[in-house]
Design a binder for this molecule. Sequence first.
Ligand code: ZN
Length: 41
Amino acid sequence: MRELVGSCTVCGKEIYCENGFFDGEQKDGDLYCHECAGLED
Ligand SMILES: [Zn+2]
């Protein structure tokens, strides 16, 4: 099961929810991929 959740706010990469695992991070309603979330202060 793979469901498109949305796109990374920073780089636009598509973020999926795979088998209940959210492949990214969500902050204040915005979506970020792991790469961009890791670059934040
Ligand atoms: Zn990103």
